[in-house]
Design a protein around this ligand. Sequence first.
Ligand code: ISL
Length: 535
Amino acid sequence: MEWWKKSIVYQIYPMSFKDSDGDGTGDIGGIIEKVDYLKELGVDVIWLTPVYESPMDDNGYDISNYYRINPLFGTMEQLEELLEKLHDRRMKLIMDLVVNHTSDEHEWFKAARADKNSKYHDYYIWKDSPVTDQQSFFSGSVWEYNEETNEYYYHLFSKRQPDLNWSNREVREEVYKLINWWLDKGIDGFRMDVIDLIGKIPEESVMVSEKSHTYLQEMYRNCFAGRDVFTVGETPFSTPETAPLYSAKERRELSMVFGFEHLGLDEIRGNGKWDLKKMEVNELKRVFETWQKALHEKGWNSLFWSNHDQPRIVSRIGNDTVYRKESAKMLAMILHGMQGTPYIYQGEEIGMTNVRFPLEDYRDIETINMVKEKQEAGWSMEKIMEGIYAKARDNARTPIQWDDSEHAGFTDGTPWLKVNPNYKEINVKRTLQETDSIFAFYQKLIQIRKEYDVITTGDFELLCGEDERIFAYVRRSGNEKLYVIANFTDKMVDCGNCSSLSFMEGECLLGNYEPEKGKDNLLLRPYECRMYAVG
Ligand code: ISL
């Protein structure tokens, strides 16, 4: 079995992880300091979001030089030191590959926008007029006027992130060259930013096409064939039908994908992420069931609740006040019991929560642009702020709370984004002193995944699928069975009347409460979760 099928990945957003030089921004030096903390958690792979040279219009997802480290984060020598330190501990490092677009300060774009006759002009996508009325993900038209050439260029994200023209073979060759350069340095793979979009058809506002697959297969042949590395595609447009196409081994595209369907359930479909609705547990169950079944023996899934673009899961679906620890553990168990490679986003292992800052304290370009757009569309400030509290990406980007000292021990300077005011209660130092911590629970989930192969190989069946209070499933492989059950409410739930839950009378492998004896075994306390292994 491929090593990455049994691995657990930890995502680091370097700006907010740990600052080692007091400038208020996290850096590679800070990550080096914390490698042993990550080893203790038990994760195998670290994914670093972009640390390349960048004007930081979108916090590094706008790259101006793929071969250099942003001085804000440190030096190439430090990156090499980090890689070595991880490899010494038998851990791996994957980096972010952002090649749907570059920064407008990349040399290619500077040449492209200055001169129609430059060979770099065709590295980007140009039209004489805005040929569609498509809106970019960060508000406003996807077409931006460029005075020097009297044309419009295409950008799906900020106007400072022009999209590369993947139909140009030279562009693809440049990308393969940089991938190989980093792989030759010894990194263990890539997380590929919005990689399904490379096959888009801009003039038709079509976001993915057969070309997305053709290019990924070409990339595989040019970069990954014969190397023991792994690739995960961020594929926001993937579906249960297309995810196996990206991730089936024999198609030679990607090792696995991130599907986002489960994270779209708290927004009104078609209205974008800011128009909120309550997530229904039964819908969540159906989405996971569909993806689990679609990929079983046909591809490979990534299991994640959060990342640097998503709010904190304990605030989003759990209960971040009375049952913060219980619900954080419950959500972890539900996810980690499924088939796929689990991802832990920094801070999730201590149950960090969303924030409610005054508007001027938000830093994310998506949020800032959205406020302008929604105000113009007549939304009340109250509705806008509700959207921000629930969904702003800065929820996940507040600095990691290391201890209860000033700025949560993240920096000696002034943090680039404010620290969550609850750091005195929620922090790593305190967590590590508790025996029943969320951190300790993640450690156990990781150990169980290593020990029980059924988690990696078994099939998936929902149990009591109609009950909107609980999420229960069984994983089966040969004679081995693994059951997971979770109460998604803050009330007691009696499971005595669902016959498929009789496994609850046995001895449980892991739970987030002290086990009960006898008949009480069938009662689930608020946000209680349990895992049982049979056979
Ligand atoms: O964050 C989102 C919605 O609020 C997503 O639509 C997000 O923009 C999408 O998943 C793509 O994200 C990735 O590419 C972006 C970058 O801003 C994100 O941080 C990155 O994860 C552009 O590079």
